[in-house]
Design a protein around this ligand. Structure first.
Ligand SMILES: Nc1ncnc2c1ncn2[C@@H]1O[C@H](COP(=O)(O)OP(=O)(O)OP(=O)(O)O)[C@@H](O)[C@H]1O
Length: 258
């Protein structure tokens, strides 16, 4: 028997770059992201973290470089198609249907994942199961008591929990979270962090986070990537990255982030 083969990355970027006029917001970033690993992307304000996320999820087109999902080049693929292919992103709040209930929003996500569709034979037979499944995801984010509330009436924190429920319902191989606890009250934060811990413990998802809060980074990260002025300046295990000179220098002047 030979050695165990190295795991294949699920998501990769190669020299990924975007320019806005003369400004290079993401500059030749190459990285591989693996199933079972939670990577946190950190960096000072304006470093390019959100833009890098947007390039991977397809919200922005790359100026140059490439994005690969399971070895397939998806650089020219739009955001909706990338979601179908398994790149899920929470906290775009635009994903929510404000005039539908909490339960209906999750039910639509379950339905889209199962591709039940609205055909005459499946719609009634599958309905109860869809509702049960949607209820399960609402329980996981502690929103079951608000299942019949209209989304427009939810607090900001509850909307974010709902986004997580929708992300879980889509069961993507790659899960991207933009500052998952931003704008949440202190009692809401542990619900979402516990949930990310649980998903991480299943060890089959590739999880990416953009996060400013260093306590959140320390509690969740298997790996940290540091962006500075659009470039990747450090990448590795949390202890080594946080101790590296380049990170200390990159953060100079913004010590509240470290
Ligand atoms: N659509 C755009 N048009 C022009 N410039 C943009 C656009 N989007 C981002 N930028 C610029 O690109 C740079 C990176 O922005 P980005 O939002 O990715 O940083 P960030 O690291 O996510 O910052 P923060 O931590 O403040 O959210 C910034 O200088 C920003 O002004």
């Amino acid at each position: 028997m030979g050695p165990t083969p190295a795991p294949a990355p699920s998501l990769s970027t190669r020299d990924l770059t975007i320019r806005f006029g003369g400004h290079i917001a993401v500059n030749a970033v190459s990285a591989d992201f693996y199933p079972g690993t939670l990577t946190v992307i950190v960096g000072p304000n304006g470093a390019g973290k959100t833009t890098y996320f947007n390039l991977m999820s397809g919200q922005l087109p790359a100026t140059s470089g490439s994005v690969h999902l399971n070895g397939v080049d998806i650089t020219g693929t739009g955001a909706a198609r990338r979601t179908q292919l398994g790149i899920g992103r929470a906290f775009q709040l635009t994903n929510l249907f404000p005039n539908l209930t909490v339960l209906e929003n999750v039910r639509l996500a379950v339905q889209s994942h199962q591709r039940v569709g609205m055909n005459m034979f499946s719609v009634w037979s599958g309905h109860k199961e869809l509702i049960e499944r949607a209820g399960h995801y609402l329980e996981r984010v502690a929103l079951q008591t608000k299942r019949d509330a209209r989304v427009a009436a939810l607090s900001h924190g509850d909307k974010r929990k709902l986004e997580v429920a929708i992300l879980l319902a889509l069961e993507p191989a790659v899960m991207m979270f933009d500052e998952p606890t931003a704008g949440m009250s202190v009692d809401e934060v542990p619900v979402v962090l516990d949930l990310i811990h649980q998903v991480k413990a299943e060890r089959n998802k590739t999880i990416l986070l953009v996060e400013h809060k260093m306590d959140v980074v320390r509690s969740l990260a298997d790996r940290i990537i540091v962006l500075h002025n659009g470039a990747l300046v450090a990448d590795g295990n949390p202890a080594a990255v946080m101790a590296s000179q380049i990170v200390q220098e990159a953060y100079l002047g913004t010590p509240e982030h470290v």
